[in-house]
Design a protein around this ligand. Sequence first.
Ligand code: NAP
Ligand code: MG
Length: 474
Amino acid sequence: MQKPMYINGVWQKREEELIVLDPATRDVHYSVPKASVQDVNEAIEAAHQTFHSEAWRSFKPHERGYCLHKVAADLRERLQEFAKAETLDVGKPLKQSEADVEAAARYFEYYAAMADKVLGETIPIEPGILDYTVREPLGVTAHIIPWNYPVQITARSVAAAIAMGNTTVVKPAEQTPSTALLLAESMEKAGIPTGVYHVVTGTGQEAGQALASHPLVRHIAFTGSVKTGSTIMQTAAKQITAVTPELGGKSPQIVFSDCHFEQAVQTVTNAITQNAGQTCSAGSRLIIEASIEERFVEALKANFEKLSIGPGIENYQLGPIITDAQVEQIDGYIERAKADGATIITGGTKQDDYYYLPTIITKIDAGHPIAQEEVFGPVITVHPFKTEEEAIALANGTDYGLVTGIWTNDIGRAHRIAEAAESGQVFINNYGAGGGIQMPFGGYKRSGYGREKGLEALQNYTQLKNVAVSYRQS
Ligand code: NAP
Ligand code: MG
């Protein structure tokens, strides 16, 4: 069955298609059109025309907000339908998908409320001159989405872009196009005008590049790997198109002996096993005070071995790894670590071909590829320290800088480390603060720049105009 893509309010099928598999069985689940460069251009041109249309120009900011609130309501009404589609695409536990759809609804709600509240300034120059700034939309914004959290990541940038008056073209990842397409139905129902939201289902190489290179695209929200991010930025640079790159991470959990032990163990477990470790902000390095290493690793091992493994749709705690290629990538890192003398405390192997056992690795050099690069599986490496300085050096010792977790009851130390952390987010005695729609999120170093989420993201979807008026009498 081919699910059509959505260009200019029309559901469109194509002969050339992309096959979408159910990660839990690797069975063919459905297909989508393989969008050509021409299809992408059609979507961009329609979005451009809509942006300049009288209908969209006269749509008042509060009306945009009103419609986006209705999108949120529709997501909640159809939460099960969205969540099932997400789980069958991504493989994650249904419960997780339900939380993701709720988060998507929250993004629409949050940015809906901001549609008529982004203000300019007046700037003092001299008597007789009025100087003011206006925040204006950019035009067509492109949204290139990864496969691990599709509905949330689509919602967070599209909601902000539309709230600010832009028109949008979304390219979901090949493996996970369902919820971006379902969202088109919600947009229609909510009264978002035709031409404001398009979905092109294609490959990164073809459809993604067509988006990144089109002169009418004014901003690209990209979430994905460092390598692809860099390619897109290079392509976009030719047109001077702005890019907000939200890239990968190798986030440390720094645990001191004075922490709340049980809470730390449970959260460290969740942060590396959520979505089977296929999470940009996964806490994949345990930086642990040497005096509690043994006890902590024992407790973590017990937690890891308790996790149930199986299809996400049946709500097992650990779902499948998205593709065979991804399983091979995880295996490759583990084999190399083993060959280099690392100790596998638990896991270290796949299960039933599509799953990966939660894995703890000790006695591994902090500079080893498995401790430096994104494994994107339920794999944590353990690095003991004796002093605060050592802990900071280990935590900051990768090219990434997305999130830092700190576990200690020494308030001074917690703040010293938060200050020293080279990452865009820091969590002290928690990890995630319950989802954090309102918190600006993004990277230091190679994790990217610019911020999604929170009010900060509104900067991405507006451009600033300064107007100076002389009212002196001549
Ligand atoms: P990816 O391979 O970089 O792909 C991301 C998106 O870019 C997909 O839609 C992909 O299309 C498209 N793409 C690939 N090559 C392209 C090109 N040359 N030009 C334009 N678009 C192109 O990433 P992924 O494997 O889907 O996701 C995993 C990565 O995302 C990890 O590194 C993870 O850390 C990161 N991530 C970051 C965040 C964050 O907020 N910081 C959140 C989630 C994930 P196709 O795959 O369909 O070809
Ligand atoms: Mg990909």
